[in-house]
Write a protein that binds this ligand. Structure first.
Ligand code: C2E
Ligand code: MG
Ligand code: MG
Length: 646
């Protein structure tokens, strides 16, 4: 094909004409360097060498072999040797009795065989050489700059005999340049490998993944079989990085990569797309069961803990799957769908896998619209706070009101926070909304001219801000609300973030006189140990326990235990979601101090709150004051117009 022509003038040079030969060799060296420098393929550089040597010395046949990482000879160039001989030599192992080249590579010094027919080094190979007239072979190792044997340069002759001094000159002048060319190629390969490999885990990187995925999808698009893409994300990896440091995080990723590799079959490609995101391409899928099996294997592979530097870390993996052609054959679309399925898997509780479905897509579209609307609402300040009384269960007095966010949506009307807080947290909008709610609640509370406290919910996302404490201090100063009238409700997720800053912020707030309330107790991990370590003034028993209080003995037992525990720790308890007199009765008997629920009042506008004060609930709270609730937060809203609660 593109075989290079020997150097001009080389053919005219005859042996032992020293001046011309040296000149030709120098030109050859120069030409080789130039070829390497201009990026010519290695085989082409070596072809140039062989042809030029054979032109200088027409009695020899020149051959260059490389030695690969597994110590096998690899054909590089021997333009004058027949193809079947080349094939016979290619891949032979280096060794002490491996012909001239294999032995020279093994010993690391030149091996001269003056009679191939008789020399024992050729015992296993002479059947290839003799029939094509090769009689003598002198091979020299090509060594890298560090002394490693990376190839051999051989001169064959058709007559028996030892190499001549002239042959030495040729070989001597070429070996170094051969080494440069081969090392250059090795470096080039390593660099290109790095470009397609993830440096930390050694897995394929995103670029490599995309190329492979596109190839797999092309095959499917051509009507052949099916393929699956598994998107994998480690659950809570960020937490490991944040708490145990990046070194442990890196080791965890390396181990994760090993586990994924172990899950995959030969033709399945595992890649790291970045961070803790991985992907597996499963080409040529025969049935959905195969895809199920792989996904289940991946999830199961992360069930065992990771032992890293004396830490036993439990970290699951969630998998989202999209399939071609069912979900399309366009890579961008497939990846988006796999990502959506992953999002769904995470949302469903992590450590599981999900296939993409059109419903997932629809849910996401809704979510997008929601996020978009929420952004507009934040700019337009389309929020409002409603306040729900928290009463003393024995005196019936309102001791606090909880500020609950409402979004006045132009089309949907009043939207409950359960529908938008998660989106506000994911988008980060909660920081702005939360700050607004805090100031607004403080301002409203000051206007009530009462000692009643106002309770504000804080999202765990707000704790990520460095300035949260200052925000709260500023809100109190700006509005003039005394700190002891402010309660902040946080959920267990705040504490589980394990950030030392959280503990500090909570303690500082407590020191200022602000009450810290643990909201929705019993729903999360509910480790009792942090009741000791964090300065809670109060815990709120989640309303799911109260709802089942009268029907399920286990709920009653849990509620009883929480109340007793809190009492022993000197922490007040508030029962959430009290709707019936029976529930109230049980809670009072068990010693619960405060309660909140429709029985006492629904969330109401700020203006209605003032009317609560002074009016004890001794009668109202116990005798169906709940009708008041309809006046406020419950649909239909019109029913509440003008009604003033108690
Ligand atoms: P939460 O803090 O546990 O608030 C109590 C929720 O229970 C409120 O729902 C309240 O309306 C409802 N509730 C009160 N009494 C009863 C009852 O007797 N029966 C029933 N079935 N429900 C009752 P809401 O207002 O929809 O708020 C839901 C959650 O949204 C809140 O739960 C809180 O976690 C979050 N949230 C509300 N406002 C804010 C806010 O300003 N910031 C943040 N970060 N989260 C908020
Ligand atoms: Mg709350
Ligand atoms: Mg709650």
């Amino acid at each position: 094909m593109n075989s290079p022509r020997p150097l001009a003038g080389a053919r005219q040079v005859r042996r032992a004409t020293d001046g011309d030969t040296l000149g030709a060799l120098r030109s050859l060296q120069h030409a080789m360097l130039e070829s390497v420098a201009t990026g010519r393929p290695l085989a082409e550089v070596m072809d140039l060498l062989c042809r030029s040597v054979e032109a200088i010395e027409p009695e020899v046949i020149c051959s260059v072999l490389a030695v690969d990482r597994s110590s096998r000879l690899r054909h590089l160039s021997s333009p004058s040797l027949p193809q079947h001989y080349i094939e016979a030599i290619d891949g032979l192992p280096v060794g002490p009795m491996a012909g001239s080249c294999g032995t020279a590579a093994y010993l690391g010094h030149p091996v001269a065989v003056s009679d191939i027919a008789a020399d024992p080094l050729w015992a296993d190979y002479r059947q290839f050489a003799l029939p094509i007239g090769l009689r003598a072979c002198w091979s020299s190792p090509i060594k890298s700059s560090t002394g490693r044997v990376i190839g051999t340069l051989a001169l064959y002759r058709r007559t028996t005999g030892a190499p001549e001094a002239f042959d030495h000159d040729i070989v001597e002048s070429c070996l170094h340049h051969c080494a440069i060319a081969i090392e250059h190629e090795e470096t080039r390969r390593r660099v290109s490998e790095l470009a397609f490999r993830d440096a930390l885990t050694g897995l394929h990187n995103r670029a490599s993944f995309q190329a492979e995925a596109e190839q797999a999808l092309r095959v499917v698009a051509a009507g052949v079989g099916a393929a699956a893409i598994h998107y994998i994300d480690l659950d809570d990896f960020k937490g490991v990085n944040d708490t145990l440091g990046h070194r442990v995080g890196d080791q965890l990723l390396e181990e994760a990569a090993r586990r994924l590799i172990a899950c995959a079959q030969y033709e399945e490609m595992v890649a790291r797309l970045g961070g803790d995101e991985f992907a597996v391409i499963q080409p040529a899928v025969a049935s959905r069961t195969e895809v199920d099996t792989l996904a289940a294997r991946i999830v199961a592979a992360f069930e065992a803990p990771f032992d890293i530097e004396d830490n036993r870390i439990r970290i699951g993996a969630s998998v989202g799957i999209a399939m071609a052609p069912a979900d399309g054959c366009d890579l961008v679309a497939i990846l988006r769908k796999a990502d959506l399925a992953l999002y769904e898997a995470k949302g469903e509780g992590r450590g599981r896998y999900r296939f993409f479905t059109p419903e997932i897509d629809a849910a996401l579209q809704r979510r997008r619209v929601l996020e978009h609307d929420l952004r507009l609402a934040t700019e337009a300040r389309a929020f409002e706070l409603r306040y729900q009384p928290i009463v003393h269960l024995h005196t019936g007095a309102t001791v606090a009101v909880e500020a609950l966010l409402r979004w006045n949506h132009p089309v949907r009307g009043v939207v409950s926070p359960t529908e938008f807080i998660a989106a506000a947290e994911d988008t980060g909008l909660i920081e702005e909304i939360g700050e607004w709610a805090l100031v607004e609640a403080c301002r409203a509370a000051v206007a009530w001219r009462s000692e009643v406290k106002v309770s504000v919910n804080l999202s765990c996302r707000q704790f990520r801000r460095a300035g949260l404490l200052q925000d709260i201090v500023r809100a109190l100063e700006r509005t003039g609300l005394p700190p002891h009238r402010l309660e902040l409700e946080i959920t267990e997720s705040v504490i589980l973030s394990k950030s030392p800053a959280v503990g500090r912020t909570l303690r500082d707030l407590r020191a200022m006189g602000v009450c810290i309330v643990l909201d929705d107790f019993g729903t999360g991990y509910s480790s009792l140990s942090y009741l000791r370590t964090f300065p809670f003034s109060k815990i709120k028993i989640d309303r799911s326990f109260i709802a089942d209080l009268t029907s399920r003995p286990d709920c009653a037992a849990i509620v009883r235990a929480i109340i007793a525990l809190a009492r022993d720790l000197g922490i007040r308890t508030t029962a959430e979601g009290i709707e019936t007199a029976e529930q109230l009765e049980i809670l009072r008997e068990e010693g619960c101090i405060e309660g909140q629920g429709y029985l006492f009042g629904r969330p109401m506008p700020a203006a209605d709150v003032a009317s609560l004060f002074g009016a004890g609930l001794s009668g109202a709270g116990l005798s169906g004051a709940g009708h008041r609730g309809a006046a406020n937060d419950a649909p239909p809203r019109a029913a509440g117009a003008g009604s003033r609660g108690i």
